[in-house]
Structures are given as C-alpha cells and as structure tokens.
Design a protein around this ligand. Structure first.
Ligand SMILES: NC(=O)c1ccc[n+]([C@@H]2O[C@H](COP(=O)([O-])OP(=O)(O)OC[C@H]3O[C@@H](n4cnc5c(N)ncnc54)[C@H](O)[C@@H]3O)[C@@H](O)[C@H]2O)c1
Length: 391
C-alpha cells in the first residue's frame, strides 16, 4: 500500500519555522490533505533553542546540523526556513541531490545564478519543489486571480503595489541578518518587493523591464547580539548597513501592463501593508494584507444601472464557502489570518506530492522573481532601464 504520510525535516526554527510548524499541525485536521505530514525533525544551530522549540511546537526530534537531517533516509521533505540567500541555496542543492522534496522560503536565493542552479538541481532530481510566496494563498488574493481569469477586469492597464513596514525605523535597532547583504542579498527588495513581484507575475503576467531607485537612510547600526524574526537586541559597537532601506521601481510587463512597485521598512505606522491595486478596462481590484479577508472591487458595469449609477468600490469578504480555501475553516465572516496562508500552502504542497503533479509557485517561479530582483539592482547601478533576463 502506498505510504500516506510524509516525514518533514524543517531547518530554522524562529519566525518562519514557527509559522510552518503551525501549518503542519493545522493542515490535517482542518483541510484533510492526501498525505499526512509527520513533524519528524526540527533543526537549528543552537541545541538548547532548537530543543525548546521542538518541544513547544510538537516535533518528534531535533538536530543541530542540517546535513545530518538531509542524510536521513526517513526524511521525505526538507523545509528551508533559514535566512534568505546562501543558506537557501546550499541546503536546497544538498536536499535535491539526496532526492528530497523541497519547500523553501522566499526569496529563493541571493542571486539569479544561484536560483538557476537550484532550479536545475530540483529538475534533475525529479523532486517536488515549492517557494513560499504565501500571499497567493490568502482567499481574497486567490479570488482576485479567479476574477481576472474570468475577465471581470477586462484588459488590464495598471499594476500598482506597495509593501510597507516600519520595524527598523529606530536608528538604534540592531543590524540583523536582513540588513546584511552577504546574508540577505538585498534589503526590502528581496524581503518585501519579492512578494509583490510574485503576486504581479501570478495575477497580471511576466515583467519585461524595470527602472529602479533605492536609498539607505541609516548607514550604521549596533551589532545584533540576539535576533529572530523582526526582533533583536544589540550591543554598543556600530557597523555599516550594507542593504538599501527603501526601493521603488517602474515596470513594463510583457503584455503591456504599466507597473509601479515600492518597498520600505521605514513607513511609520505601516506594519505589514502589502497592498496592490489593479486597474482594467472593466474595473479595478484592491487588496491589502492588513485587512486580508477583504477584496475591493469596482465594476464599471455598475455605472449603467437602470436607477442611475450604482458604481462604487464594493467590499467582498472572501470568507464564503464558495471562495478559495475558505470552506475549510469557519462560517462566513468568521475570519481567518496570516497563518492560514501557510496552512493553505502546505495543503497544496502535500496534495501535489501525493498526486505527482507540480507544486506552485515552484523554483521556476522563484527564479523568475529573482530575475526581476536582479534586473532592479542592475537598473539602479546603471541609473536606467534594465531588461529582465529569461530564466
Ligand atoms: N513568507 C513570508 O511571509 C515570510 C516572512 C518572514 C520571513 N520569510 C523568509 O523566511 C526565511 C527565514 O526568515 P525568518 O524571519 O524566519 O528568520 P529568523 O531569523 O526568525 O529565523 C531564521 C532561523 O534560521 C536559523 N539558521 C540560520 N542559519 C542556519 C543554519 N546554517 N543551519 C540551521 N539553522 C540556521 C536561525 O538560527 C533561525 O532559527 C527568510 O528567507 C525570509 O525571507 C518569509
């Protein structure tokens, strides 16, 4: 009889490690995937920290060397929740070589070359691969995708996105790995705009060329002594910040859509304002992660009602059983949250592995996003437009 469980080895146990662990705990009872995830090994570098995290989140074992986890025959899937950049690449290449399925946090890599190498490795190994661009799986975003495919917006003219946070606005906030180019690859470009780029690719189409600008407001920060997620404590010595603090770029899409993107961690009061607006010939859609269950829809058809125009942005609450993913949870308007986007991703990944079908977004999507990130960097260096390389 075919195995109906999948043994997971998860590397990195802080912010995303916790979010992914929660998804593995929730997915079977609420969503009933075709394979049951078994939370086999949690891996982190600090033995005491990983042991405490494993006990808290319900992992059966813990380890301090990811290579040992990958070498185990009983591990089917490697879940990469380490800092972006070189560690994603190193772990993914080894996992693919060992024939493991891979679930990797975003952005896929620190460079397009690394992303291409990761894509080649998973393709050669024939394993299932997925990048965690989780916002695709908020029900309101998945509904937006269905509406666009059904022609509700007509011809699309504009993509307009911002991804705004404010957690490093204090100049004394320590230099965490997200502010170190050698680890993160870039600042809000790879951390935040990568999400917007993936949503734009998913909803509107591929980006052909970009023209960007960036700025670093705080040039030196205290060395970080302890960090995890968006929190840290620091010492007194200050070291240079090696990534941008804010980035913006114009984008031409292959299909002629006109796009703008902005990402910063210096927008006081904006905590996780991941927002897009799409304008088409028949109407507009607006979504903001801070009110994630809601999708604003303006239909020009409403302008022609018999009683006079009834046009205006209507607020669709994407919590109905007829909306993507929503029927797995609560009755309409009993809203869901950030963590559910991860559970939905794990659900789709487990089903794809069971069916032997590709998962999405996969490493090809991750590499296409990386090609845009790299084009933005090139355009900034040359103060002009840069074409997005084919992957
Ligand atoms: N999809 C999302 O919404 C989202 C949100 C936040 C972060 N992320 C991504 O998730 C990844 C992790 O970010 P985070 O916020 O969880 O970081 P974090 O700092 O909270 O946690 C990183 C973890 O990786 C561990 N780690 C680092 N190097 C390691 C190694 N060599 N071996 C084993 N463990 C190692 C650290 O000890 C820590 O446990 C990044 O790629 C980030 O961009 C995605």
């Amino acid at each position: 009889m075919a195995k109906d469980t999948l043994n997971i080895g998860l590397i990195g146990y802080k912010f995303m490690g916790t979010a992914h662990s929660n998804a593995y705990r929730q997915v079977a009872p609420f969503m009933g995937p075709a394979l049951q995830p078994v939370m086999q090994v949690l891996c982190g570098r600090d033995a005491a920290g990983v042991s405490a995290a494993a006990a808290k989140m319900g992992w059966q074992e813990c380890a301090t060397d990811w290579r040992e986890v990958i070498a185990r025959d009983d591990i089917d899937l490697i879940d990469i929740c380490t800092p972006s950049g070189p560690s994603h690449t190193e772990i993914a290449l080894a996992a693919a070589q060992a024939g493991k399925h891979i679930f990797c946090e975003k952005p896929l890599a620190a460079s397009l070359d690394d992303a291409r190498a990761m894509l080649s490795a998973v393709q050669a190994a024939g394993v299932t691969h997925m990048v965690n661009f989780n916002y695709r799986r908020c029900p309101a975003v998945a509904l937006a995708k269905k509406m666009i495919e059904a022609g509700e917006l007509g011809e699309i003219y504009h993509w307009r996105s911002v991804y705004l946070q404010d957690w490093i606005i204090d100049p004394d906030f320590p230099l965490v790995w997200r502010l170190d180019k050698s680890i993160a690859g870039s600042g809000p470009l790879g951390d935040l705009a990568a999400h917007s780029i993936d949503l734009a690719h998913h909803l509107v189409g591929p980006i052909a060329a970009v023209s960007g600008m960036e700025q670093t407001f705080v040039k030196e920060r205290p060395v970080a002594e302890a960090m995890g997620g968006l929190q840290a404590t620091g010492g007194s010595a200050r070291v240079p910040v090696t990534v941008e603090d804010a980035v913006a770029f114009l984008a031409r899409f292959e299909n002629g859509v006109f796009g703008t993107f902005e990402a910063t961690r210096f927008a006081a009061g904006r905590k996780n304002c991941n927002r897009f607006e799409i304008n088409g010939s028949k109407g507009s859609l607006v979504w903001n992660m801070e009110t994630m269950n809601e999708l604003e829809f303006y239909s020009r058809a409403d302008e022609k009602a018999a009683v006079g125009s009834l046009a205006g942005f209507r607020l669709i609450q994407a919590t109905d059983g007829s909306h993507p993913y929503a029927g797995h949870w609560w009755p309409p308007a009993h809203i869901i949250g950030y963590e559910h986007s991860f559970t939905h991703g794990v659900y789709d990944l487990l089903n794809a592995i069971a069916a032997g079908t590709p998962a999405e977004p996969d490493f090809l999507d991750g590499a296409k996003c990386q090609a845009v990130l790299e084009a933005v960097t090139r355009s900034i260096a040359s103060s002009g437009w840069a074409s997005v390389e084919a992957v």
